[in-house]
Design a protein around this ligand. Structure first.
Ligand code: GRF
Length: 198
């Protein structure tokens, strides 16, 4: 299965998936990486891994519809079957959603639907979990639709919050679980054990 990535920052989730493809843990090929951020770690990783990469953003394509179409063109050119959002901070456009219905995945560093929605990302999720005094947080992999953090949930893993946790310590533990759960979920999709909505 050909995987295409959209990532804005570090790209550690993307790297975990690439590693799983290289080691044979996943029967999949990372075929293209797109980032809205020219200086992202994700593009640096793509270069190191010899994966074709593209910087596509409001700078390269000031018109949102043009940008959306260009993203689709690139994904189709590389015959992408599954689109993996890996820390992608932009909303997915309607043309991309319509071209890959039910086949765009996202990972969220918290339990959805409680700790999600617009503006709920990164450290903010962990801060909200701590502020709520929650004993449990987690990781969610879901299908992307037109609303932030809203699509059908494919997999979730819970993580116990310790009394001593700070947003930083929580972020580290959560990210390590993200790397495992994203790979595992993609594996289940490839094996047909998880069916994606059409
Ligand atoms: C992860 O915490 C992910 O859940 C969120 O953005 C972060 C990306 O981290 N969507 P990385 O770029 O994969 O290292």
């Amino acid at each position: 299965m050909n995987l295409g990535f959209l990532a804005s920052h570090n790209g550690s989730n993307m790297q975990a998936i690439i590693n799983a493809c290289r080691s044979g843990r996943l029967t999949a090929r990372p075929v293209v990486v797109i980032s809205n951020n020219r200086d992202s770690g994700a593009l640096e990783r793509a270069r190191k891994e010899n994966i074709p990469w593209f910087h596509l953003s409001g700078r390269t394509h000031p018109d949102a519809e043009d940008l959306d179409r260009e993203i689709v063109d690139v994904l189709l050119n590389y015959d992408v079957k599954l689109v993996i959002l890996a820390g992608y901070m932009k909303k997915i456009g309607p043309v991309t959603l319509a071209t890959f219905p039910g086949h765009i995945l996202n990972i969220h560093p918290g339990l959805l639907p409680e700790y999600g929605g617009q503006g709920m990302y990164g450290q903010r999720v962990h801060e909200a979990v701590l502020a709520a005094g929650a004993r449990v947080t987690g990781v969610t992999v879901h299908v992307v639709d037109g609303i932030y953090d809203n699509g059908p949930i494919l997999a979730q893993r819970k993580i116990t919050v310790k009394k001593s946790d700070t947003a930083d310590t929580l972020a580290k533990r959560v990210l390590a679980v993200e790397h495992e759960l994203y790979v595992e979920t993609i594996d289940h999709i490839i094996r047909g054990e998880i069916k994606l909505p059409a």
